[in-house]
Design a protein around this ligand. Structure first.
Ligand code: SF4
Ligand code: SF4
Length: 332
């Protein structure tokens, strides 16, 4: 069953970057310590901020991120706290190295998913993007987690160097015991914004020829598969999640964004200061959300206009959807 997942107006999502440090230097890393701070959050601060967002949005989903969140020595306590506060679901996004024996410190009942990142179906392709030894380490991490009863999902960020291996992923994921598969589009943020990756994004044609069919193949194997819609026909409705959904992208220096594409710029609309969530003054990202342009997403138009194409009259041939609009395929 295929479904375009519009933004939930009921459930909030807290994307909680508890540190920006990482043991890897993936080529497409979107982390930007210059904008988001270099110091890991102390446990007490993590706990206070979890309380703030639990009060603001009942039964929110929390996703612990970094950098590499398992590098934080108190991640397990943060998970316990989130569970006690009643968060609806808890996910840890990891590169698979699983530091600080995290699998020994939390139980499968305490978190909903470990979400691993792999960017190739082979050592050669993955490690060229993520670094030597990463394929082995990540697949071992998945096997360890799954064998202990944890649910595992996997994120694959599509680019020119790995799109040819995307169709190889569904049987491989099945073999690994992955239950949810997230295909991600290469964004120009953090280190990706430096120019190195601009030539690595795939075209609309390549995306449409490969991603939907791979997603169907994964769903046929019983794996829930999600990918961003990216391209909208001109008659399809456009909505900006920043206006209608309840997402918070929280960073160690207290910046809180409602839109991930804004993260490279000091346009966050909220900030945490002295354990209070406060609005920032104008001009901020919310001023952008309200703008209506024929190309769809305003931030895409500003930071990655190469995604767009125009006809002879200068009208866009299609629109770019909100990056948070997803297609979801559920096995029947
Ligand atoms: S993409 Fe993730 S795993 Fe890779 S360097 Fe960035 S934070 Fe680390
Ligand atoms: S990606 Fe675009 S459409 Fe989505 S929240 Fe950001 S500005 Fe709005």
């Amino acid at each position: 069953m295929k479904e375009t997942v519009s933004f939930s107006r009921e459930a909030a999502n807290l994307f909680f970057h508890i540190l920006t440090g990482c043991n890897l230097s993936c080529r497409h890393c979107y982390i930007n310590p210059h904008q988001h701070g270099t110091q890991p959050l102390p446990l007490e601060t993590i706990e206070s901020w979890l309380e703030i967002f639990a009060r603001r949005s009942q039964a929110a989903n929390v996703i612990f991120l970094g950098g590499e969140p398992t590098l934080h020595p108190h991640l397990s306590q943060a998970v316990h706290k989130a569970r006690n506060l009643g968060y609806r679901s808890i996910t840890i996004d990891t590169n698979g190295f699983l530091f600080h024996d995290i699998l020994d410190k939390i139980s499968p009942e305490e978190i909903d998913y470990f979400s691993f990142s792999l960017d190739g179906a082979t050592v050669a392709v993955n490690d060229r993007i993520r670094g030597d030894g990463c394929f082995r380490k990540c697949t071992e991490g998945i096997q360890n987690a799954v064998s202990r009863g944890f649910h595992a999902s996997l994120i694959y960020t599509v680019n020119q160097d790995n799109i040819h291996e995307l169709p190889l992923m569904p049987p491989f994921l099945k073999e690994l015991g992955i239950e949810r598969f997230f295909v991600q589009v290469l964004g120009l943020r953090g280190q990706s914004a430096g120019g190195i990756n601009e030539d690595h994004r795939v075209s609309r044609t390549e995306w449409l020829e490969t991603v939907p069919s791979t997603a169907e193949a994964a769903a046929d194997l019983g794996i829930v598969t999600v990918y961003p819609k990216v391209f909208l026909e001109l008659d399809e409705p456009f909505e900006c999640a920043g206006q209608v959904a309840d997402n918070y992208f929280v960073f160690p220096n207290g910046r809180v964004y409602r839109c991930p594409l804004c993260e490279d710029h000091p346009v966050h609309s909220l900030r945490v200061e002295e354990n209070q969530l406060l609005p920032t003054g104008p001009i901020n990202e919310t001023d952008l959300f309200a703008l209506t342009i024929p190309e769809g997403c305003v931030m895409n138009r500003l930071i990655q206009p190469e995604n767009l194409a125009y006809n002879d009259r200068g009208d866009p041939e299609y629109r770019i959807a909100c990056c948070l609009l997803k297609e979801e395929l559920r096995p029947i």
